[in-house]
Design a protein around this ligand. Sequence first.
Ligand code: PHE
Ligand code: ZN
Length: 876
Amino acid sequence: MKTDTTPIVRLEDYRPSDFHIEKVHLDISLHPTETRVISTITLLRNPAGNPSAPLALDGDELVLKSVKIEGEEVSPSDYEATPQSLVIRKFPERVFDLTIETALNPTANTKLMGLYRSNGIYCTQCEAEGFRRITYFLDRPDVMTVYTTRLEADRNDAPVLLGNGNPNERGDVPDSNRHYAIWHDPFPKPAYLFAVVGGNLDHVGKTFKTMSGRDVDIAVYVEKGKGDRADYALDALERSMRWDEQTFGREYDLEVFNVVAVSDFNMGAMENKGLNIFNDKYVLASSETATDGDYAGIESVIAHEYFHNWTGNRITCRDWFQLCLKEGLTVFRDQEFSADERSRPVCRISDIKTLRARQFPEDAGPLAHPVRPPQYSEINNFYTATVYEKGAELVRMLKTLIGADAFRKGMDIYFDSCDGTAATMEDFLGAFEQSSGKDLSHFAKWYGQAGTPHITVKGHYDATAKTYKLDFTQVTQPTPGQPSKEPLVIPVSLGLVTSKGDLPLDCSSVNENGVFVLDKASDSIVFSNVSEEPVPSVFRNFSAPVKVSLELDSKDLLTLLVHDSDPFNRWQAAQTIATRLLVRMVNGEDCKAEIEAFASSLLEFTNETAASDPAFTALVLTMPGESDIIQEIGSDIDPDAIFKSRTILKRILSSVLSPVLVPLYNSLANTGPYSPDAASAGKRSLRNLLLDLIACNNSAEGEKLAQAQIQSATNMTEHFAALSVLSHIPGNARENAFTEFGKRYSNEPLVLDKWFALQAVIPEESVLGRIERLTQNPAYAISNPNRVRAVYGAFAMSNLTQFNRADGKGYDLLADLAIKLDKINPQITARLLTAFGSWRRMNGVRQAHAEAALKRIAAQPDLSRDTSDIVQRSLA
Ligand code: PHE
Ligand code: ZN
């Protein structure tokens, strides 16, 4: 085991760089296996640095060819070079040029960090520390400089050559089959935002006129032959650019903006300045190959990366501890964009579901960390739901606390005062202290304290005094490295609801927006002039990322479901009832009568809401997920009991709803051509949910309807939803449908990914054999992150009963894969292994199996830093 040698990087150790880089000129000559990079950096000492420090540049697996200072070759005895670093002690004590030549093999680069080749396309990924795999550099985000890049390649191999910034010049290299392009980016940036692309690509594009009237050429580049699938991404890009002008006054700043889709990519996408590079999953869409969910994902990732141009690029991070400065804020911005473009309540509820399914478990497990972590051994492992999704919630809370006007003004101050700098969370919060006049030092603790606060609320009505009192307490459980927790500042958006709707709020502790700020361990507020006993509606719109306990009976919750003016709490009311029933069933209670009563209310709700708001109806009728139940129960989890209880609940719901299921299903049938807009997608989501409910209770009918839906489907949303329903009904119909689908889309890797994932989550013992067969499919490749995620990610994250099998074979499957994959792509391996984050919550024998699997991985020689970090923290 080699673990204790990995250095820990600490926030408190931050020191400014010893050197500035005035500018850099890169000359990159692309070749599949022998790419040459000549980097000329113009350096000078940073007065804020250590005046006698040597020049120490970062590298990673680099092959050094030569070093020159001011054009003069430096003898190898005058520097110390390893693949990881280049240290020079003798150099002029003034501005000087350092020229470094390195050799790269993009084809052999399976880590997909630095310069690599994806399906014949040269591309780069430099965040967080990938630039050092291209050349020796001061690879830290506070070293910002101006880049000029000359890119050269074979004319046929790479007719398209793209870089950051604006195109300067292009031409042929005389007497050769090669050509070149020169790109210049006038905006100083850190190395992690550097990018180049070379390949034989198709594109779609148009001219965007900015708010000040400048023309920008915007384009989306895709693999040859896929140009007809790039239109939606281009449209989403244009809408994002307009939205950021209208909502935040932010205008685009270069003459061109390019998006490139590649098929091998570790993450979703990357915001390189003027040249965003995407996982093609978040670009390519046609009605035949992409679902409504894919379209929504494309829209939000395109927006996210575009919004980074201001929140991330123009203002970047001082160090990687400030990652949430760009990510939390940019997720908040993309969520607001989607909410404006679609249904705000539906988007909000979906975002909250994601947060609870991914971030809450993280905060409650061995990998818990603050939104701004105080230390890391591998920064790649901190691109987490906590930094991204909880980070976005903190920005949302800030807006709730200071109000929309002060928030917008604060954003303007932030943009004005930090533009062109590498900033910190303190800079960000300072802008809002200025705009609001409020002291945000207590609020700032959210950034340093891990764990999900648990808020207990109690209500008392005094009929004589006509007052209503709410008592609040907050508690946060210890997390790794943080044994004791402080009270946080928690905005509680609330209302008092009766069957006639919201009561007016008469309470001096509640502001005009209905927000009470809880900032102590416990506090109480009293409302006056409360004419009848109300049902409290607390944490409206999920006003803080917390867990809430509030003793409301089913009758009260049903009042909220029907009468609350807050859509989130209407939805939450149904979820709360269902979750309670599920927990009791897992504990062996038979709750049939109560489930039937609940289902009758849902029937009534459906009759009233389905026609006017199908998407919201679908959300309400979707029962809590397995992970919601796990979080509620907490420990000693029996996955089989959870699965069984959920199945029974859905069956009873289905039988009570049966009078409306088929008629409603039929009435929502698609007419007219496919459109991915939110309203159409909402109808499809309800219709597909109804099909699933039909099949729960009557598998013959479900099978018949699903087969018919596959036949008549005019788009992938309908087609795939029907296949998903079939996937839960063992038998020939299912197997034939799988075979058919696999054949039909054998040349469509992104479509096959859905098919891989669907089969990997079948909750049956035989799934292990099925996974084995899937990995033998010619379309499967262990080197492609999307394929691995589709098979193993889906299995480990979404097949609760089979991943957590009592015989331990689920854990072993993931461990075997991890041991193999770590040698190919450590980042993806580490990410998959976060599925072990809940192993201590499982019951008896499962824990021992999980621990053994983790220890088996830990015992491997030469484990990557990424994997070893996750395994060690999971075992700690
Ligand atoms: N910065 C990217 C984003 O927009 C994510 C990313 C991180 C991509 C690291 C690649 C590598 O969220
Ligand atoms: Zn981002």
